[in-house]
Design a protein around this ligand. Structure first.
Ligand code: S3P
Length: 444
């Protein structure tokens, strides 16, 4: 592996190592870290959050909460150690008006979850972010929050950030969302904590339930019925959270381990919440040899260690209710599909088009260049596996998950895979390149 560019990583070249061996500890879960910071900030009492995500997205959430008057000590952590927060909660109505525009950086989760926190406050606040954030759909949170009584305006007729929050009185609504988005669900539940009456969010399928679990642990009256969730107004009690490792980050090593011909990779401390573990179900269905050991519970979430070994994979169809349970893992599952025997169909995955970048377009672009047999579909893609992946120069489009999926492809490619805009990995997994050199036996 070699790096080029100055300062933060700009481009990385990855070549196929003879073998993959070793142990990695999954970094703190991004979704749980955001929620632990936000909910403790508006709770009563002080909380300690350990193994807090070291990624830039969760740092954006911490900075935003500080700008709203919350006292947070943040020890950012390092490649080998998770971050730590001490959050002194201000209570449900204790936030204060920020002096400047709030910067969500690249983080859609920060933008959408904080929208639920900022709706209907007695002060003004504006959320903006980078070019990606300013192009992603925000009407999906703005429309229901306005229906709840919030005064909100936004660019492009209320669809794009910057989003301006300026008061309003919140009342509970019943909202039926068209896509199973955990961000939208969480946003409305957070607003429901300060609304008059009950707030119910109905979804077409189950999505990650970290908000529901944490709200219940903090004493909020949250009720779940399949994919539907209801809440009424409540104060929260601060809770310490030990954040489990991120299965979305572990997924890169799972795929690397099963597609490389001489591999055994152990990933420690992986969160196995069933609303996140679709990647395990699907890889095992494709024939992957992945063993789960040391199953335990951490902060009300199931956790275990995973061992991925070289496997012969075959193609399958990935569609319907499992898609929200593995939505962030599709860019790297596409690499597994390219190495599998037969056809893999990704369907019902149109949400990928509105992530940090259009992940279907970005994946198809590099796969075509690398010689894979891939077909772009409006709601996903079809990959006919078995052709070798050629090393090429490919762009991440500043999307962390595309950058890391390309690196995994490089581990099995014929020739060097050169990844441009590789620094995007910082968003969720700053120690990714170090971990890659650990298991591939190369020196970064
Ligand atoms: C997230 C939910 C998902 C996911 C994102 C994190 C969350 O987005 O893609 O990376 O923490 O709630 P959607 O809820 O918009 O699908």
């Amino acid at each position: 592996m070699s790096f080029s560019g100055s300062g933060t990583v700009k481009a990385v070249a990855v070549s196929r190592p003879a073998r993959l061996r070793g142990e990695i500890t999954a970094p703190g879960d991004k979704s749980i870290s955001h929620r632990a910071a936000i909910l403790n900030a508006v709770a009563n009492g002080e909380a300690r959050v350990t193994n807090f995500s070291t990624g830039a997205d969760c740092a954006s959430t911490v900075e935003m909460l500080r700008a709203l008057g919350v006292d947070i000590d943040h020890r950012p952590g390092s490649a080998s150690r998770g971050g730590e927060l001490t959050v002194r909660g201000v209570g449900m109505n204790g936030l204060s008006e920020p002096a400047d525009v709030l910067d969500a950086g690249n983080s859609g989760t920060t933008t959408r979850l904080m929208s639920g926190i900022l709706a209907g406050r007695d002060f003004q606040a504006i959320i903006s972010g980078d070019a990606s954030i300013r192009s992603r759909p925000m009407g999906r949170v703005i429309d229901p929050l306005v229906e709840m009584g919030a005064n909100i305006s936004a660019r492009d007729g209320g669809r794009l950030a910057p989003i301006v929050f300026h008061g309003g009185d919140l009342r509970g609504i019943e909202y039926v969302q068209g896509v199973a988005s955990a961000q939208v669900k969480s946003c409305l539940l957070f607003a429901g904590l300060r609304a008059d009456g009950e707030t119910t969010v109905r979804s077409p399928a189950i999505s990650r339930d970290h908000s529901e679990r944490m709200l219940a642990a903090m004493g909020a009256p949250v009720r779940t019925d399949g994919p539907d969730v209801s809440i009424t107004a409540s104060e929260l009690s601060a809770v310490d959270v030990e954040v489990p490792g991120d299965i979305s980050s572990a997924a890169f090593w799972l795929v690397a381990g099963v597609i490389h011909p001489d591999a055994e990779v152990t990933i420690r401390n992986v969160g196995l919440n069933p609303t996140r573990a679709g990647v395990l179900t699907v890889l095992r269905e494709m024939g992957a040899d992945i063993e789960t050991i040391n199953e335990r519970e951490v902060a009300g979430e199931p956790v275990g260690d995973l061992i991925a070994r070289s496997s012969a994979l075959h193609g399958i169809e990935i569609s319907g209710e499992i898609v929200p349970l593995l939505i962030d893992e599709i860019p790297v599952l596409a690499v597994a599909a390219a190495q599998a025997d037969g056809e893999t169909v990704f369907a019902d995955s149109e949400e990928l088009r509105v992530k940090e970048t259009d992940r279907i377009a970005a994946t198809v672009e590099w796969m075509v260049a690398a010689g894979a047999d891939v077909e772009d579909r409006p709601d996903g893609m079809v990959i006919r596996g078995g052709r070798p992946i050629r090393g090429v120069t490919a762009r991440s489009h500043d999307d962390h998950r595309i950058a890391m999926a390309l690196a995994v492809a490089g581990l099995v490619a014929e020739g060097e895979m050169r990844i441009e805009e590789a620094g995007a990995a910082e968003i969720s997994y700053p120690s990714f390149w170090r971990d890659l050199s650990t298991i591939s036996g190369t020196v970064a």
